[in-house]
Structure formats: C-alpha cells, structure tokens
Design a protein. Sequence first.
Length: 125
Amino acid sequence: MWVGFELTVYGMGLVFLLLAVLWGLIAMLLRFDTPEAVVEATEPLAGAGAPVPDGRTAMLAGDAAGLEPELLAAVVIACRAHRMARRKQAAPEMRTHVPGSLPSRWIGTGRTRQNRSWSRRGRLA
C-alpha cells in the first residue's frame, strides 16, 4: 500500500516541480522580451501654455510610420467598413435559405441506411 502512495507522491511532486520550472522560465522570458518604454523629451511649442501630447497621441504618431493623416483616415475607414460587412454576413438578408429548412447533416448522410439491419452478404435487409 505504501508503495502506491510513494509512487503517487513522487509522480505528483515531479509534475508540480516541472510546472514550477516552466512557470519560472516563462516569467524570465517575459521579463527579457518586453520592450522598454521609450521616453522622448517633448520640446514646448510656440506658446508657453501649449498642450503637451499625451501617450495616446504619441502612440498614434509612432504607429503611423510616416503616413499622412488623410491616408491614415482612409485606412481606418476601410477597416471599419470591412468589420461592418463581416457583421452582416450572418444576417437574415444574407442567408440563402431559411434556417431549419434543410435537413441536418446526420439525416443527409443517410441515417436511415445506417440504422437498417445488416446481413452477412453485405446487403441491407
């Protein structure tokens, strides 16, 4: 009886030890993989009370990668139009048939043939 208990303890201990090692390895990889925050000094604009750009504005400017505002706006509009078109794909006006009018796959593949009795000759009775 004690042999089974020892085997269980050793097995579970090994599993949890490996899980802890993997957890530590993933935590270490995440620590090395995260990009460092880039701190840019912003010069004050013409006026003393000029607004300082917040993080969201800086992020958008960095992600644009030199795109003109008109082109960036066109990309955003195209993405939103595509998303709206994808939402409408399951709408009733897009369907080719009324739900429930076609038989299910189980019936379509021959449920009656599968449920009939079978004989040795390979013929259905």
